[in-house]
Write a protein that binds this ligand. Structure first.
Ligand code: UDX
Length: 437
């Protein structure tokens, strides 16, 4: 099938590579000409494991190309994916301007039967808006344009695997022929055992928010437990293990730490709260998820302050700046929120991250950075583990201790085991676990 993908960000580019790998002819488009010309040269705008190899292979096999002029690609498309960004407005409502612009272009340029797919996360009810705009742009010409919701469930750092081996493929549509097109589009994945769930559009749009909010709820529940464990001298890691042994709960997303970040959970929670309010349903639980997440950063800051007394004239090194391991993405990154609080308190803050330092320095101007973790730790009075990059586990702890001014570690991701840190001669404050007196 002929597919056009509008928007070549984290979701769009993975969608391009995946659909090309399924055998379709895919054209990725973006308003950012610089991004498109770099993609045409095989240079990706962000780090995502296995994505460069996937895009390179599909481009080499002639199934994937890029253009900055979507209008030239849309007329021939059987399916057009809307993968543009939907950032939160100050009100928390999703900003759908880019969605409207993309949809107007499709309505104007599409010819013949075309499925218009909402891939970006959008609030329930957006499809009705899109349908109306498609009719407006059709200049009265009755085109067979059908809107479908096909939310992404990709995790950054494992997006390619999540896309080629999805837990489920969710398709929300209103007409049988549109369901038929989507079944054909994903036929290889379905034949490979992927579970296809077909619903009406509103249900599909809502299910995406519901899924992300529940994942964030699990994380905030674990972080609230960490606060209680710190007071009760209990171990939240062990509590989570006990809970996770119950298949009704499951072990995933119960890791207490510095809280969730990224371009999805914070944004989707705000959009879900705004949607609930617009439907006149008060949903305080969603507010609590965000409050507890903010509290996780405060709790970590308090641990640093408790060990340093004043922050002025103190140097703090942050191990990890990305919102999670495996990515260079610092959007809504908890480590940067902590860095900002430490800088406001008068500390000197040095960050080290395997992938995200350039993005972090752009996002947090006052932050220093070093490509060498031992250099970053030189003269530091406190080391905070902010992102659980696996390579940090193999750091030479004694060498770190020797270069630091004060051997003090706050482990905001419980990356280390208390015994190993204490044996290396550090004062140690983990999250939700007993630390040094
Ligand atoms: C998330 C959802 O997992 C995915 O299904 C959706 O499509 C997009 O949003 P992503 O944000 O890329 O994916 O990463 P994820 O692995 O979910 O982590 C989100 C945040 O939660 C990260 O900051 C991570 O550090 C944090 N997290 C995750 C925890 O703090 N504790 C956990 O136990 C799990």
């Amino acid at each position: 099938m002929r597919v056009v993908v509008i928007g070549t960000g984290h979701v769009g580019l993975v969608t391009c590579g995946t659909l090309a790998a399924l055998g379709h002819e895919v054209v990725g488009t973006d308003a950012d000409q610089e991004k498109i010309s770099r993609l045409q040269s095989g240079i990706l705008p962000f780090h995502e494991p296995d994505l460069d190899a996937l895009v390179e292979e599909q481009a080499k096999d002639g199934r994937l190309g890029f253009t900055d002029d979507a209008s030239e690609a849309i007329p021939n498309a059987d399916v057009v994916f809307i993968c543009v960004s939907t950032p939160p407005r100050s009100t928390g409502e999703a900003n759908l301007v880019a969605v409207e612009q993309a949809v107007r272009l499709v309505g104007h340029r599409a010819s013949g039967r075309t499925v218009v797919v909402e891939k970006s996360t959008v609030p329930a009810g957006t499809a009705q808006r899109i349908r109306h705009v498609l009719l407006q742009e059709g200049n009265g010409v009755r085109k067979e344009l059908e809107v479908v919701s096909n939310p992404e469930f990709l995790r950054e750092g494992s997006a390619v695997r999540d896309s080629l081996e999805p837990d489920r493929i969710l398709v929300g549509a209103e007409r049988d022929w549109a369901f038929g097109v989507m079944r054909e589009l994903y036929a290889p994945l379905i034949a490979n055992g992927a579970r296809l769930i077909e619903t009406d559009i509103n249900t599909a749009e809502l299910a995406k928010h519901a899924s992300n909010a529940f994942l964030a709820l699990k994380i905030s529940y674990a972080n609230a437990l960490a606060r209680i464990c710190e007071r009760a001298e209990a171990d939240v890691v062990a509590v989570a293990e006990v809970m996770g042994a119950d298949p009704r709960i499951g072990p995933d997303f119960l890791r207490a730490g510095l809280g969730y970040g990224g371009s999805c959970f914070p944004k989707d929670l705000q959009a879900f709260q705004h949607l609930a309010a617009s439907l006149h349903y008060d949903f305080p639980l969603l507010r609590e998820i965000g409050r507890i997440n903010d509290e996780a950063i405060e709790a970590t800051l308090e641990k640093v302050r408790a060990g340093l007394w004043n922050l002025e004239h103190k140097r703090v090194v942050l191990l990890g700046l990305a919102f999670k391991p495996g990515t260079d993405d610092v959007r809504f990154s908890p480590p940067l929120a902590l860095a900002a609080r430490l800088l406001d308190g008068g500390a000197t803050v040095v960050g080290h991250d395997p992938q995200a330092m350039a993005n972090a320095k752009e996002e947090c101007p006052g932050l220093l950075a070093s490509t060498d973790p031992y250099e970053a730790a030189e003269g530091a009075h406190c080391l905070v583990v902010c992102t659980e990059w696996p390579e940090f586990r193999s750091l030479d702890l004694r060498r770190l201790r020797d270069v630091m001014a004060q051997p003090f570690v706050v482990d905001a991701r419980n990356l280390f085991e208390p015994e190993e840190i204490l044996a290396a001669g550090f004062s140690y404050q983990p999250t939700g676990r007993p630390g040094s007196p």
